[in-house]
Design a protein around this ligand. Structure first.
Ligand code: GLU
Length: 290
């Protein structure tokens, strides 16, 4: 990575389905914020949860990004190839006495003020399989979100870093990778705003500076209660109409585009949008497309 680049951002899709319009909005927003600040925009494939992945989705996502002119810097990072790094971090936390195996249910954890019960924490042998929890509950984390301003989030429970089924948890991998890739700006969907406090806590525990976070508006599904997602049957983005899709995504983000824009190439549209990107013009409200 070029050491003179001061902004390093990323787009980190989970391959649980193809890119849909909501994820295109996130990709475009994070791309533009990075490029407009002279930064690098990396792509990290968060293929960490095989039971929830759809075969072929990762390749389709990458093809869609390319079809839309969203070209990334450097090699793609695949989380499925980074288990050794996650295991090293778990060993460090274990040596610090901050990690414990736990087979408590969520309601037991809640009843016990965010920690596992003493039985689980102090027993020397755990019934397998169990999750690994980080001792981190208590107090709050404060940060300033680019679009949502000052945030104060209570850390209510010891977060799981390795799941009962043996897979590494999102919270562990996302923070370890952001540190390892020297990500200093995270622009992503606002469904992840409420999980940011826990991530801030983990950055601190690992002795790293957290990136600046900015959470973009969500495209809501037809019932207006849930974001567009594979679960509510959001259609895959049509790679044959990239210019129209980009114009729609930019419009959603608050851009007023010249009427001729849809006739341009994706690269030309993104170049124009990079030059016109202003953080304060982003409409941060979650809403339906029309
Ligand atoms: N992989 C996560 C998702 O697709 C995003 C993680 C992040 O941006 O921090 O929802």
């Amino acid at each position: 990575m070029n050491s003179t680049i001061s902004y390093i951002g990323r787009f980190a899709p989970s391959p649980s389905g193809p890119l849909h319009f909501g994820s295109l909005v996130c990709a475009v927003g994070s791309y533009l914020d990075a490029l407009a600040h002279g930064g690098h925009w990396l792509v990290r494939m968060e293929d960490l949860d095989p039971p929830r992945e759809e075969p072929g989705a990762a390749t389709r996502i990458l093809k869609s990004l390319e079809a839309h002119g969203l070209h990334w810097h450097g090699p793609i990072q695949w989380q499925s190839k980074r288990y050794a790094l996650y295991e090293d971090t778990l060993s460090t936390l274990r040596q610090q006495g901050l990690l414990y195996p736990c087979d408590c249910s969520r309601s037991q954890i809640k009843k016990n003020g965010g920690h596992a019960n003493d039985f689980c924490r102090l027993k020397s042998e755990v019934s397998e399989p169990s999750a690994l929890r980080l001792e981190c509950a208590g107090g709050e984390e404060r940060f300033v979100d680019i679009w949502h301003g000052e945030q104060r989030q209570q850390i209510r429970e010891d977060t799981i870093l390795k799941r009962r089924d043996g897979f590494y948890a999102y919270q562990l991998a996302v923070v370890v990778d952001d540190i390892d890739q020297r990500i200093n700006q995270v622009v992503r969907g606002s469904d992840l705003l409420e999980t940011t406090g826990v991530q801030q806590r983990l950055f601190k525990i690992l002795g790293a500076t957290a990136p600046q976070f900015g959470h973009l508006p969500l495209v809501m599904g037809p019932d207006d209660k849930q974001k567009l997602s594979k679960q509510n049957h959001a259609p895959a983005i049509d790679d044959r109409t990239p210019a129209e899709n980009l114009c729609e995504a930019l419009h959603f983000l608050g851009f007023k585009l010249p009427s001729s824009a849809a006739a341009e190439s994706p690269e030309a549209i993104l170049k124009w949008a990079t030059a016109h990107w202003r953080r304060h013009q982003v409409d941060r409200r979650n809403r339906q497309l029309h």
